[in-house]
Design a protein around this ligand. Structure first.
Ligand code: NAD
Length: 348
């Protein structure tokens, strides 16, 4: 399956296909006519797929270097960059060469940012391997690194030449990160597509879900495509993708980014915000209950052991950054979301 992100001269295809990880060389040679390729990955992903990708590229006579980094968010720190740029220089990587990001969102964001800045920008390709990266972070062109004072504080909008997605690689992803990605998958149903929500709701088990994974990933990428095409730089509609994120971020922060992954925290945030918006009459009754049901089904939590007041203090700490005004995303009903302008008092 294939779709194209239409951003004029920055347009690029997303190809979703089982087994494409074994045919990377072929796909890359369609969009890249140069010789040298620098792959950035992490140890977990490299263990399973590093050799496959190297083999396939070398088979097409590319000259390839693979750099494998420690897995985890810490690797996305700004301080990792000098080492990466040094490796680029050691490999004599020039502006007409190519970088491949092979991994989850950490590698995609980091390698994308390195590509966008090295020699003022060199081409890159995304091969996302976590569910979150396949349905979210590899689509839309946001790339970034973290500073000590916060995540994603330095970044740019920089689109890949293409995105190659192999649903089969999800078989090696652990349960926690699978559930994490499902949080984002379900979010697309909540904000834009009630049929998709129903489809996910009716899945019997993970086996049935996996056998429909190409379609599921396609659906998510397609929804994100439409939103990004209408609002590439995140000034309006793209904010809908942040459903559940205000509370989600404060949950992540409250637990020092240790207890919940991003997707898990956002899942809780989506339920909590909908409970509040339902009580305020902004959301159709029983929506929160449906959200709770589907989160349970996909092994996600819907509540935390801390009250809203304490979480709000975490938000309040951020207040200087956000001011008193808040744009939050609320559902009118499943499949229909809106940006709601309010203040921090919404939560009290
Ligand atoms: P991640 O990259 O750390 O991957 C999660 C874990 O799964 C890692 O341990 C990784 O090694 C492992 N892994 C990945 N693919 C695997 C596979 N196929 N088999 C076995 N193990 C595998 O984290 P993530 O959840 O993919 O991404 C999180 C990052 O994405 C955050 O830094 C977040 O800020 C960013 N993000 C960016 C955007 C965007 O638009 N750019 C959107 C959402 C999130």
């Amino acid at each position: 399956m294939e779709l194209v992100i239409d951003l004029k001269e920055k347009s690029y295809p997303i190809i979703i296909e089982k087994g494409i990880i074994n045919r990377v060389g072929e796909e890359v040679s369609k969009v890249y006519k140069g010789k040298r390729i620098f792959i950035i990955t992490d140890h977990n992903v490299s263990k399973y797929y590093g050799d496959k990708v190297l083999f396939s590229l070398k088979n097409k006579n590319f000259e390839v270097k693979l750099l494998s980094l420690e897995p985890g968010e810490k690797t996305k720190g700004f301080n990792t960059l000098p080492d990466i740029y040094n490796e680029f220089l050691n490999f004599n990587l020039t502006r007409s060469d190519l970088i491949i990001a092979l991994g989850g969102g950490v590698i995609g964001d980091l390698a994308g940012f390195a590509a966008s800045t090295y020699l003022r920008g060199i081409d890159f390709i995304q091969i996302p391997t976590s569910l979150l990266a396949q349905v979210d972070s590899s689509v839309g062109g946001k790339v970034a690194v973290d500073l000590e004072r916060g995540k994603n504080l330095v970044g740019s909008f920089y689109h890949p030449k293409c995105v190659l997605i192999d649903p089969q690689v999800l078989s090696t992803l652990n349960d926690k990160f699978f559930a994490d990605g499902m949080g984002e998958v379900i979010k697309y149903g909540f904000i834009k597509d009630s049929n998709f929500f129903e489809f996910l709701y009716k899945m019997k088990d993970n086996e049935q879900l996996m056998s429909n994974m190409e379609e599921v990933i396609y659906k998510c990428c397609d929804i994100k495509r439409q939103v990004v095409e209408r609002d590439e730089k995140d000034k309006g509609e793209r904010m809908l993708l942040n459903f559940g994120h205000t509370l989600g971020h404060s949950i992540e922060q409250y637990y020092n980014y240790e207890k919940y992954t991003h997707g898990e925290a956002v899942a809780i945030g989506m339920y909590m915000i909908t409970k509040i918006s339902e009580e305020k009459g902004l959301t159709k009754k029983e929506t929160a209950e449906k959200i709770k049901d589907i989160l349970i089904k996909y092994n996600l939590s819907y509540e935390v052991n801390v009250n809203l007041k304490e979480l709000l203090e975490a938000i309040n700490l951020d207040k200087k950054k956000m001011g008193n005004d808040l744009n939050i995303i609320v559902l009118k009903e499943i499949g229909n979301s809106e940006i709601y302008k309010t203040t921090i008092s919404f939560f009290s």
